[in-house]
Design a protein around this ligand. Structure first.
Ligand code: TK8
Length: 344
Protein backbone atom coordinates (compact mmCIF):
# COMPACT_ATOMS: atom_id res chain seq x y z
CA UNK A 1 0.00 0.00 0.00
CA UNK A 2 1.44 3.37 -0.97
CA UNK A 3 1.77 6.18 1.54
CA UNK A 4 -0.71 8.17 -0.51
CA UNK A 5 -3.41 5.55 -0.25
CA UNK A 6 -2.89 5.30 3.51
CA UNK A 7 -3.45 9.02 3.89
CA UNK A 8 -6.59 8.92 1.77
CA UNK A 9 -7.94 6.01 3.83
CA UNK A 10 -7.39 7.76 7.15
CA UNK A 11 -9.05 10.89 5.78
CA UNK A 12 -12.03 8.79 4.77
CA UNK A 13 -12.19 7.23 8.27
CA UNK A 14 -12.10 10.67 9.84
CA UNK A 15 -14.96 11.90 7.64
CA UNK A 16 -17.02 8.81 8.41
CA UNK A 17 -16.33 9.24 12.11
CA UNK A 18 -17.51 12.81 12.08
CA UNK A 19 -20.67 11.87 10.19
CA UNK A 20 -21.37 9.13 12.74
CA UNK A 21 -20.91 11.54 15.61
CA UNK A 22 -23.31 13.96 13.96
CA UNK A 23 -26.01 11.34 13.39
CA UNK A 24 -25.73 10.23 17.03
CA UNK A 25 -27.64 13.36 17.79
CA UNK A 26 -26.96 16.33 19.96
CA UNK A 27 -28.05 14.76 23.26
CA UNK A 28 -25.62 11.87 23.37
CA UNK A 29 -22.88 14.01 21.81
CA UNK A 30 -23.40 16.42 24.70
CA UNK A 31 -23.16 13.67 27.30
CA UNK A 32 -19.86 12.54 25.83
CA UNK A 33 -18.51 16.06 26.03
CA UNK A 34 -19.61 16.44 29.65
CA UNK A 35 -17.49 15.99 32.71
CA UNK A 36 -19.26 12.98 34.19
CA UNK A 37 -17.66 10.21 36.21
CA UNK A 38 -18.95 6.75 37.06
CA UNK A 39 -20.81 6.97 40.33
CA UNK A 40 -23.02 4.79 42.51
CA UNK A 41 -25.68 6.86 44.26
CA UNK A 42 -27.74 5.52 47.16
CA UNK A 43 -31.31 6.85 47.32
CA UNK A 44 -33.20 5.70 50.43
CA UNK A 45 -36.78 6.55 51.41
CA UNK A 46 -39.33 5.60 54.05
CA UNK A 47 -42.45 4.79 52.05
CA UNK A 48 -43.31 1.43 50.50
CA UNK A 49 -41.73 0.49 47.15
CA UNK A 50 -45.25 0.37 45.71
CA UNK A 51 -46.06 3.95 46.81
CA UNK A 52 -46.32 6.63 44.10
CA UNK A 53 -43.15 8.17 45.49
CA UNK A 54 -41.42 4.81 45.16
CA UNK A 55 -42.33 4.86 41.45
CA UNK A 56 -41.04 8.41 41.20
CA UNK A 57 -37.70 7.44 42.74
CA UNK A 58 -37.26 4.73 40.12
CA UNK A 59 -38.29 7.22 37.41
CA UNK A 60 -35.67 9.64 38.79
CA UNK A 61 -33.04 6.87 38.72
CA UNK A 62 -33.80 6.22 35.04
CA UNK A 63 -33.56 9.93 34.22
CA UNK A 64 -30.17 10.17 35.91
CA UNK A 65 -29.04 7.15 33.90
CA UNK A 66 -30.24 8.68 30.63
CA UNK A 67 -28.74 12.11 31.27
CA UNK A 68 -25.37 10.66 32.29
CA UNK A 69 -25.16 8.04 29.54
CA UNK A 70 -25.40 5.33 32.20
CA UNK A 71 -22.42 6.57 34.17
CA UNK A 72 -24.34 7.70 37.24
CA UNK A 73 -26.23 4.76 38.75
CA UNK A 74 -28.92 5.43 41.34
CA UNK A 75 -29.62 2.46 43.62
CA UNK A 76 -32.97 2.72 45.38
CA UNK A 77 -33.82 1.50 48.89
CA UNK A 78 -37.48 1.84 49.91
CA UNK A 79 -39.50 0.83 52.97
CA UNK A 80 -37.22 2.61 55.40
CA UNK A 81 -34.58 -0.08 54.80
CA UNK A 82 -31.83 2.53 55.27
CA UNK A 83 -33.56 3.99 58.34
CA UNK A 84 -36.14 6.57 59.35
CA UNK A 85 -36.32 10.07 57.83
CA UNK A 86 -34.19 11.41 60.69
CA UNK A 87 -31.60 8.65 60.41
CA UNK A 88 -31.31 9.20 56.67
CA UNK A 89 -30.95 12.97 57.17
CA UNK A 90 -28.02 12.21 59.44
CA UNK A 91 -26.56 9.68 57.02
CA UNK A 92 -26.62 12.37 54.32
CA UNK A 93 -24.93 14.87 56.61
CA UNK A 94 -22.25 12.28 57.45
CA UNK A 95 -21.85 11.33 53.80
CA UNK A 96 -22.72 7.63 54.07
CA UNK A 97 -25.83 8.07 51.89
CA UNK A 98 -26.30 10.42 48.94
CA UNK A 99 -30.02 11.04 48.41
CA UNK A 100 -33.38 10.78 50.14
CA UNK A 101 -36.74 12.46 50.38
CA UNK A 102 -38.10 13.25 53.83
CA UNK A 103 -41.20 14.90 55.20
CA UNK A 104 -40.69 18.49 56.27
CA UNK A 105 -41.74 17.56 59.83
CA UNK A 106 -38.50 15.88 60.95
CA UNK A 107 -36.46 18.65 59.27
CA UNK A 108 -37.93 21.04 61.83
CA UNK A 109 -35.59 19.48 64.38
CA UNK A 110 -32.75 21.29 62.55
CA UNK A 111 -34.53 24.27 61.01
CA UNK A 112 -37.54 25.36 63.05
CA UNK A 113 -39.13 27.06 60.03
CA UNK A 114 -40.02 23.72 58.45
CA UNK A 115 -42.50 23.23 61.30
CA UNK A 116 -44.79 25.72 59.55
CA UNK A 117 -46.17 22.93 57.37
CA UNK A 118 -47.57 21.15 60.41
CA UNK A 119 -49.94 24.00 61.15
CA UNK A 120 -53.45 22.87 60.25
CA UNK A 121 -55.36 24.05 57.17
CA UNK A 122 -52.47 26.08 55.76
CA UNK A 123 -53.12 25.17 52.11
CA UNK A 124 -56.56 24.79 50.53
CA UNK A 125 -55.48 22.57 47.68
CA UNK A 126 -52.47 21.19 45.82
CA UNK A 127 -52.34 24.11 43.41
CA UNK A 128 -51.75 26.48 46.31
CA UNK A 129 -49.16 24.12 47.81
CA UNK A 130 -47.22 23.96 44.52
CA UNK A 131 -47.24 27.73 44.10
CA UNK A 132 -45.99 28.38 47.64
CA UNK A 133 -43.38 25.62 47.68
CA UNK A 134 -41.98 26.36 44.22
CA UNK A 135 -42.03 30.09 44.93
CA UNK A 136 -39.67 32.33 46.93
CA UNK A 137 -41.05 31.31 50.37
CA UNK A 138 -40.44 27.63 49.68
CA UNK A 139 -36.96 28.42 48.39
CA UNK A 140 -36.09 30.46 51.48
CA UNK A 141 -36.52 27.34 53.59
CA UNK A 142 -34.48 25.17 51.24
CA UNK A 143 -31.72 27.78 51.37
CA UNK A 144 -31.29 27.17 55.13
CA UNK A 145 -30.22 23.57 54.53
CA UNK A 146 -26.63 23.85 53.24
CA UNK A 147 -25.40 25.16 56.59
CA UNK A 148 -26.85 21.96 58.10
CA UNK A 149 -24.87 19.81 55.67
CA UNK A 150 -27.78 19.17 53.33
CA UNK A 151 -28.81 20.31 49.85
CA UNK A 152 -32.58 20.79 49.45
CA UNK A 153 -33.02 20.19 45.72
CA UNK A 154 -36.75 20.85 45.54
CA UNK A 155 -40.11 19.75 46.90
CA UNK A 156 -41.98 16.61 46.05
CA UNK A 157 -45.39 15.77 47.49
CA UNK A 158 -46.31 13.74 50.52
CA UNK A 159 -49.81 15.20 50.50
CA UNK A 160 -52.92 15.99 52.50
CA UNK A 161 -53.18 13.95 55.66
CA UNK A 162 -56.15 12.01 57.01
CA UNK A 163 -56.68 10.29 60.35
CA UNK A 164 -57.12 6.56 60.90
CA UNK A 165 -57.62 4.71 64.18
CA UNK A 166 -58.76 1.46 65.76
CA UNK A 167 -60.94 2.86 68.55
CA UNK A 168 -63.96 4.56 67.03
CA UNK A 169 -65.30 6.62 64.16
CA UNK A 170 -63.99 10.20 64.42
CA UNK A 171 -66.50 12.56 62.84
CA UNK A 172 -66.24 15.48 65.27
CA UNK A 173 -63.42 17.23 67.00
CA UNK A 174 -64.53 15.79 70.37
CA UNK A 175 -64.09 12.26 69.05
CA UNK A 176 -60.31 12.78 69.00
CA UNK A 177 -60.23 13.07 72.77
CA UNK A 178 -58.05 10.44 74.43
CA UNK A 179 -57.02 8.75 71.18
CA UNK A 180 -53.38 7.66 71.35
CA UNK A 181 -52.30 9.18 68.09
CA UNK A 182 -48.89 8.76 66.52
CA UNK A 183 -47.66 12.08 65.13
CA UNK A 184 -44.58 13.07 63.18
CA UNK A 185 -41.62 14.05 65.28
CA UNK A 186 -41.83 17.74 65.98
CA UNK A 187 -43.19 20.20 68.51
CA UNK A 188 -45.81 21.61 66.17
CA UNK A 189 -47.53 18.31 65.36
CA UNK A 190 -47.39 17.40 69.04
CA UNK A 191 -48.92 20.71 70.21
CA UNK A 192 -51.64 20.67 67.55
CA UNK A 193 -52.92 17.18 68.31
CA UNK A 194 -52.61 17.52 72.05
CA UNK A 195 -54.51 20.78 71.61
CA UNK A 196 -57.33 18.79 70.07
CA UNK A 197 -57.42 16.46 73.07
CA UNK A 198 -55.48 13.55 71.59
CA UNK A 199 -52.74 11.79 73.45
CA UNK A 200 -50.11 12.56 70.80
CA UNK A 201 -47.09 10.28 70.58
CA UNK A 202 -44.19 11.22 68.31
CA UNK A 203 -42.66 8.20 66.57
CA UNK A 204 -40.69 7.52 63.40
CA UNK A 205 -42.71 6.25 60.45
CA UNK A 206 -40.59 3.09 60.29
CA UNK A 207 -42.04 1.92 63.64
CA UNK A 208 -45.61 2.86 62.88
CA UNK A 209 -47.17 -0.26 61.40
CA UNK A 210 -46.04 -2.45 64.30
CA UNK A 211 -47.18 0.17 66.82
CA UNK A 212 -50.64 0.19 65.24
CA UNK A 213 -50.78 -3.57 65.00
CA UNK A 214 -49.81 -4.12 68.64
CA UNK A 215 -52.06 -1.21 69.70
CA UNK A 216 -49.16 0.68 71.26
CA UNK A 217 -50.96 3.55 69.55
CA UNK A 218 -54.61 3.74 68.45
CA UNK A 219 -54.18 5.83 65.35
CA UNK A 220 -52.09 7.87 62.96
CA UNK A 221 -52.52 10.35 60.13
CA UNK A 222 -51.11 10.19 56.59
CA UNK A 223 -52.21 10.66 52.99
CA UNK A 224 -54.65 8.10 51.58
CA UNK A 225 -52.09 6.59 49.23
CA UNK A 226 -49.82 5.85 52.22
CA UNK A 227 -52.72 4.37 54.21
CA UNK A 228 -53.12 2.04 51.23
CA UNK A 229 -49.53 1.17 50.30
CA UNK A 230 -48.32 0.86 53.91
CA UNK A 231 -51.35 -1.39 54.57
CA UNK A 232 -52.57 0.61 57.58
CA UNK A 233 -56.15 -0.29 56.56
CA UNK A 234 -55.40 -3.86 57.75
CA UNK A 235 -55.20 -2.69 61.38
CA UNK A 236 -57.19 0.59 61.30
CA UNK A 237 -60.95 0.08 60.87
CA UNK A 238 -61.78 3.83 60.97
CA UNK A 239 -60.76 6.58 58.57
CA UNK A 240 -61.56 10.29 58.82
CA UNK A 241 -61.20 12.49 55.76
CA UNK A 242 -59.78 15.50 57.54
CA UNK A 243 -57.18 16.93 55.13
CA UNK A 244 -55.87 18.79 58.17
CA UNK A 245 -52.29 19.22 56.99
CA UNK A 246 -50.43 19.16 53.67
CA UNK A 247 -46.96 17.66 54.14
CA UNK A 248 -44.32 18.41 51.53
CA UNK A 249 -41.43 16.07 50.86
CA UNK A 250 -37.99 17.62 50.43
CA UNK A 251 -35.65 15.94 47.98
CA UNK A 252 -32.34 16.01 49.84
CA UNK A 253 -28.74 15.45 48.79
CA UNK A 254 -25.72 15.03 51.03
CA UNK A 255 -23.75 18.28 50.88
CA UNK A 256 -20.48 16.44 51.41
CA UNK A 257 -21.21 14.38 48.32
CA UNK A 258 -22.70 17.28 46.35
CA UNK A 259 -19.61 19.45 46.79
CA UNK A 260 -17.54 16.65 45.34
CA UNK A 261 -19.61 16.43 42.12
CA UNK A 262 -18.59 18.20 38.92
CA UNK A 263 -20.88 20.96 37.70
CA UNK A 264 -22.13 18.64 34.96
CA UNK A 265 -22.93 15.90 37.46
CA UNK A 266 -24.84 18.39 39.63
CA UNK A 267 -26.67 19.43 36.46
CA UNK A 268 -27.75 15.84 35.82
CA UNK A 269 -29.17 15.49 39.36
CA UNK A 270 -30.88 18.89 39.26
CA UNK A 271 -32.45 18.20 35.88
CA UNK A 272 -33.63 14.70 36.85
CA UNK A 273 -35.07 16.01 40.14
CA UNK A 274 -37.09 18.60 38.25
CA UNK A 275 -38.42 16.16 35.63
CA UNK A 276 -39.27 13.66 38.35
CA UNK A 277 -41.04 16.35 40.40
CA UNK A 278 -43.74 16.79 37.77
CA UNK A 279 -44.10 13.01 37.45
CA UNK A 280 -44.16 12.48 41.23
CA UNK A 281 -46.85 15.08 41.83
CA UNK A 282 -48.97 13.71 39.01
CA UNK A 283 -48.93 10.07 40.09
CA UNK A 284 -49.12 10.95 43.78
CA UNK A 285 -52.40 12.83 43.16
CA UNK A 286 -53.77 10.06 40.99
CA UNK A 287 -52.90 7.41 43.61
CA UNK A 288 -54.45 9.49 46.38
CA UNK A 289 -57.72 9.91 44.52
CA UNK A 290 -57.91 6.18 43.77
CA UNK A 291 -56.94 5.04 47.27
CA UNK A 292 -60.21 6.01 48.98
CA UNK A 293 -62.29 3.49 47.05
CA UNK A 294 -59.70 0.80 47.72
CA UNK A 295 -59.73 1.56 51.46
CA UNK A 296 -63.55 1.50 51.54
CA UNK A 297 -63.51 -1.84 49.73
CA UNK A 298 -61.39 -3.24 52.57
CA UNK A 299 -64.27 -2.57 54.96
CA UNK A 300 -62.89 0.58 56.57
CA UNK A 301 -65.60 2.91 57.94
CA UNK A 302 -65.14 6.39 56.50
CA UNK A 303 -66.15 9.67 58.21
CA UNK A 304 -65.56 13.21 57.10
CA UNK A 305 -64.99 16.49 58.94
CA UNK A 306 -67.69 18.93 57.84
CA UNK A 307 -66.71 22.54 57.03
CA UNK A 308 -68.31 23.54 60.38
CA UNK A 309 -66.19 21.00 62.22
CA UNK A 310 -63.07 22.32 60.52
CA UNK A 311 -64.01 25.83 61.58
CA UNK A 312 -64.40 24.60 65.16
CA UNK A 313 -60.95 23.03 65.01
CA UNK A 314 -59.50 26.25 63.64
CA UNK A 315 -61.02 28.30 66.45
CA UNK A 316 -59.97 25.83 69.15
CA UNK A 317 -56.40 25.85 67.88
CA UNK A 318 -56.12 29.62 67.44
CA UNK A 319 -54.25 30.33 70.69
CA UNK A 320 -51.97 27.35 70.12
CA UNK A 321 -51.21 28.44 66.56
CA UNK A 322 -50.44 31.96 67.83
CA UNK A 323 -47.91 30.52 70.28
CA UNK A 324 -46.43 28.20 67.66
CA UNK A 325 -46.03 31.13 65.26
CA UNK A 326 -43.51 32.65 67.67
CA UNK A 327 -41.69 29.35 68.09
CA UNK A 328 -41.53 28.52 64.38
CA UNK A 329 -40.58 32.08 63.43
CA UNK A 330 -43.16 34.80 62.71
CA UNK A 331 -41.49 35.78 59.42
CA UNK A 332 -41.69 32.24 58.08
CA UNK A 333 -45.26 31.65 59.21
CA UNK A 334 -46.52 35.02 57.92
CA UNK A 335 -44.57 34.68 54.67
CA UNK A 336 -45.97 31.23 53.91
CA UNK A 337 -49.52 32.28 54.88
CA UNK A 338 -49.32 35.36 52.71
CA UNK A 339 -48.04 33.37 49.76
CA UNK A 340 -50.82 30.81 50.25
CA UNK A 341 -53.44 33.55 50.21
CA UNK A 342 -51.97 35.08 47.07
CA UNK A 343 -52.00 31.70 45.32
CA UNK A 344 -55.68 31.01 46.00
C1 TK8 B 1 -41.92 8.50 55.19
C2 TK8 B 1 -42.50 9.58 56.10
C3 TK8 B 1 -44.01 9.56 56.06
C4 TK8 B 1 -44.63 10.71 56.85
C5 TK8 B 1 -44.80 10.22 58.26
O1 TK8 B 1 -40.58 8.31 55.46
O2 TK8 B 1 -43.80 10.14 58.97
O3 TK8 B 1 -45.92 9.93 58.65
O4 TK8 B 1 -45.86 11.10 56.32
O5 TK8 B 1 -44.42 9.55 54.79
O6 TK8 B 1 -41.97 10.83 55.73
Amino acid sequence: MSVDLNKRLSLKTAVLGLAAAMTMGLASYDVMAKDINSRIIRFGYGLADSSPSGHAVRFFAEEVGKLSDGKMKVKTYGNGSLGSDEQMQNALIGGSQELTFVSTAPLAGMVKGFGVFDLPFLFDNEKVADAVLDGPEGKKLLDTLPEQGLIGLLYWENGFRNITNSRRAIAKMEDIKGIKLRVMQNEVALAVFNGLGANAIPMPFTELFTALETKTVDGQENPLSTIKTSKFYEVQPYLTISNHVYTPFVLLASKRWWDDLTADEQGVITQAAKTAQAYQRKISRKADSEALQFIKDQGVEVSRFSPEEKEKIRTTLQPIVAKLRTEIGPDTVDGIMKAAKAAQ
